[in-house]
Every structure is written in C-alpha cells, then in structure tokens.
Design a protein around this ligand. Structure first.
Ligand SMILES: Cc1cc2nc3c(=O)[nH]c(=O)nc-3n(C[C@H](O)[C@H](O)[C@H](O)COP(=O)(O)OP(=O)(O)OC[C@H]3O[C@@H](n4cnc5c(N)ncnc54)[C@H](O)[C@@H]3O)c2cc1C
Length: 440
C-alpha cells in the first residue's frame, strides 16, 4: 500500500479530481472499469511510465471478482472463485506471495445423481469418458472451422449424456450446449486444471492487487467521444480527456448501450458485441449451522441431473466453512434470476432434500442468490460466442479509430471468460496502447 488515497492519487496523476465545474482531468490513457482487466491495464501502463485515469461505475473495485463477508460473516465469492490454469495464471504467484490460503479443487464430481437415484459406477465412468470425448471432438471440429453448436457433437441417449451437456454448457460456458459455438470453444475449453480455490476469496485477491491503483469510484462513463483528437469521456462528475481509452465493460453493458459512443461504433464492432453475448452462471450459497454435515467431506461436489435443463451443482463446505454453494447456468439461470432469491433458495433446498434427506431443512441458517443477471454493470456472468460466430472475439478486441481500445474477459487472447484471462487482456492492451502512443 502506498499510503496515498485513491482521490489524491488521481489528482496527482491526472492533474485534478473529477468535480463538477472544475478543470477536466487529463491523462495519457483513460480506463473504463476497475475489474481484473482495468486494474491490470492501469498497473502495466504505470510501469511503462504512462499517466492513467481509471473510472469505475461501482463504489468498489474488482467488478465480477467480488468477495463479500456481509451476507454470512465469512468470505464468499459472488463472482469468480476458481483460479483456473493455476500453473500459468498471473494471480497465482501473487496469491502465494501475499499468503492467501489455496486448495486445489478440480471439478471431478464426488457425487452424481440422475434424477432421484445415485449414478452407478458404470454410469460415472461413462460420464467421464463421454466428457473427454466431447471435449476432443469439439476441439477437433473447432480447429476445422466447423462452427456448429456443441449439441451437434453429442448423441443424447439418456441422463448420462445430459449430465455431460450440463458440464460443457451451463456449468462451464454459462450457456446451454445448443448455444455454444464450437469454434469459440477453442478459446474456452475445459482443460483449465489445476484449479485453486482461495479461502479469503478470489475477489479479495483482485482487490489486494488493485489497491495501489488510483480509481475514481461511483463514476459511470456515459459517453465516449472520439471524433476529434484523442478521446473525451463524459461522466456525471465531469469530462476526462485522454489520448486513448480502454473500454473494459462487459459485452452485456456494451450491448445495452450503457455507454454512448460518438460517433457510433462501426457496424463490425456492433456486430461483434452482439455475436458474443453474456451467458449466465448463478450461485445459490446456503449457510448451515456447521460444516461437515450430511456425510459430506469438505470440498465434495455433487451434481443432480434433471434432463440436462435445470441441473444443479453443489460445492460442499469449502475450507471447512459452513457453506454449500449451488450453481445453475444457462437459460435456467436467467429464468431463476427473474423469479428471485426466495425461489432460487427453495430450488436449491428442494434438490438437497432429494439427495441428502430432510435433515437439510433443520440445519439451514440462510440462503442467498447472486444477481449478475440484473446487475447493471455486468448484465450476465461472462461472454460466449453464439454458434456460427466463433471468430467474433477477434473483432471484439480490435481497436476503433486507433484510440478506442477494448479489453476484458470477452476480448482475452487466452482463457476467455476467466479472471486470469481478463488480467492478461488488460496487460496486453496496455502494451498495445503504449506502443501506439509512441515515446512516453
Ligand atoms: C458467478 C460467476 C462465477 C465466475 N467464476 C469464475 C471462476 O471460478 N474463475 C474465473 O477465472 N472466472 C470466473 N468468472 C468470470 C470472471 O469473474 C470474469 O471473467 C472477470 O472477473 C471479468 O473481469 P473484467 O475486468 O473483464 O470485467 P469486470 O469484472 O466486469 O470489470 C469491468 C468493470 O467495468 C465497470 N464498468 C462497466 N461499465 C462502466 C461504465 N460505463 N463506466 C464505468 N465503469 C464501468 C464495471 O462496474 C466493472 O467493475 C465468474 C463470473 C461470475 C459472474
């Protein structure tokens, strides 16, 4: 920690805080958003000697990386939780250096329920084999440019294949398998091991990384003007001028036109935003009186298959905390989000009752539900290209008018959809801007 406050740091960097009526702030680069991509872009640009202004709509940093303790009195990740590709993830060495508590947890399913009964050993094996096969086929067909939906490569014979569809679709990619582009799957894949869970929270790690970055909070950017020299960003607190800007808003936010671009973005960019819409993964955390209940071990994971459409996954008692976290994804997650928290908690409890018995009701303290669907600064969980549009991420990350840059999980050159991918995207974009601006 530098000891410098966010506001004073901004003033030092930008030559004036953003207060209505005061002189506008100026910087080499203005960054829209203080999530993983924006914070990494800011730190990289500072390392390269550039002045930066970071404008964040929320009253906190981290974006979809968000750990909060208010709901249960213990850290809970409302957004990202697994540090994917941990051997290569830029956050892994930082987590170790800063003493975060890590545990390797890969989603290999300790329990699989097919409707009302537990899967047999033979069915478990078939499920694992079919998952590997589907992964291989999608990789192969994707490389051949066969951009059908993932559903084209799976022969559904019954609940075992339905469970496979759930893992590849809603649980991994946040869309149903028939909405998943085979070519885009190359950028996602399921090969993200080793995965680490973080006791103190992934959001807490990103916030720790970002605490040295000066960020103007509660400052939504309403308009990006780029018709003249450089860019002008209009906010309720004033106008920021910069030589270039980096937009890290989700494709949900961009598609909803929460930012007005003047002139309007070119058609190819608007098409790319529409081609890579937000999917939804929603969490239903349930707090119990204690951990280790119902014969479950810490970190056990369970899936209840429901004809592949309304499936629910549970992570049990991570780090011996008294939490079981339910996950639903794809179309059903949007439906449940519209229904609300009480319905979501009831839904999760209904399935736990079926799998573990009615004791779950006696032990429940309270439940909650993540609301990324309606969150105005996310409007979904993460972005997935629709079938036939698997190459649209290239246009999504392409710069407009040599001064409006785009970064974030949806634009990532590697590990799209992930917090680590967003970090890489932020850093790579920062380097591209720095190069384009010439000598610092
Ligand atoms: C439920 C859920 C589970 C997930 N699980 C995992 C996981 O286990 N592992 C993993 O790696 N990833 C996971 N992810 C994905 C991961 O959280 C995201 O990929 C990553 O955090 C995105 O970072 P970003 O910087 O691209 O976007 P964001 O985090 O969305 O950052 C963009 C920022 O821009 C701000 N903003 C938007 N518009 C404006 C505006 N007009 N003006 C000012 N500010 C603006 C937003 O408020 C936000 O803070 C999960 C996501 C969700 C929702």
């Amino acid at each position: 920690m530098t000891g410098i406050t966010r506001r004073s740091a901004l003033a030092a960097l930008a030559g004036g805080a953003l207060v209505q009526g005061q002189a506008p702030a100026n910087a080499d680069v203005a960054i829209i958003g203080a999530g993983s991509a924006g914070l990494n872009a800011a730190r990289r640009l500072r390392e390269l000697g550039r002045s930066v202004v970071v404008l964040e709509a929320r009253n906190r940093i981290g974006g979809r990386a968000w750990t909060e303790s208010d709901t249960f009195g213990i850290p809970f990740d409302r957004g990202c939780a697994w540090l994917h590709k941990a051997d290569d993830n830029p956050y892994t060495p930082l987590a170790r250096e800063w003493g975060f508590t890590l545990f390797e947890h890969n989603n290999h399913l300790d329990g699989l329920w097919l409707g009302d009964r537990r899967a047999t050993d033979d069915e478990r094996k078939r499920q694992a084999d079919e998952e590997s096969r589907l992964d291989e086929v999608m990789m192969k067909r994707g490389k051949q440019g066969k951009d059908k939906s993932g559903e084209a490569w799976l022969k559904r014979r019954g609940p075992v294949e339905d469970a496979v569809a759930t893992f590849h679709g809603p649980m991994s990619s946040a869309v149903d398998l028939d909405e998943l582009s085979t070519v885009d799957y190359l950028t996602i894949g399921t090969d993200v091991e080793p995965n680490l869970l973080i006791k103190e929270g992934y959001g807490a790690l990103v916030a720790r990384y970002g605490r040295e970055v000066a960020v103007e909070l509660s400052t939504p950017v309403r308009t990006v003007r780029y018709s003249g020299q450089g860019v002008e960003l209009e906010t309720a607190k004033g106008t920021v001028r910069a030589k270039a800007c980096i937009v890290t808003s989700s494709t949900g936010v961009l598609a909803a036109e929460k930012i007005r671009f003047d002139p309007v973005l070119p058609e190819w960019k608007r098409d790319a935003i529409a081609d890579v819409p937000m999917g939804l993964l929603a969490k239903i955390p349930l707090q119990f009186r204690e951990s280790g209940l119902f014969g479950l071990k810490d970190f056990d994971d369970l899936l209840r298959e429901q004809r592949g459409k309304r499936d629910i996954y549970f992570l049990s008692f991570p780090f011996h905390l008294p939490l079981m976290v339910g996950f639903v994804g794809g179309d059903f997650a949007w439906e449940l989000s519209a229904a609300g928290e009480r319905e979501a908690v009831d839904y999760a409890m209904h399935h736990l009752r079926h799998m573990l018995g009615s004791d779950v009701d006696k032990q429940l303290v309270k439940g909650s539900f993540t609301q990324w669907a309606g969150d105005p600064w996310a409007l979904g969980a993460y972005a997935t290209a629709t079938p036939g549009n698997g190459r649209s991420r290239e246009a999504l990350r392409r710069t407009v008018a040599e001064r409006v840059y785009f970064a974030g999980e949806a634009c990532a050159s590697r590990w799209t959809q992930t917090c680590g991918g967003a970090a890489i995207s932020g850093r790579e974009t920062a380097e591209a801007v720095h190069k384009a601006l010439g000598a610092a």
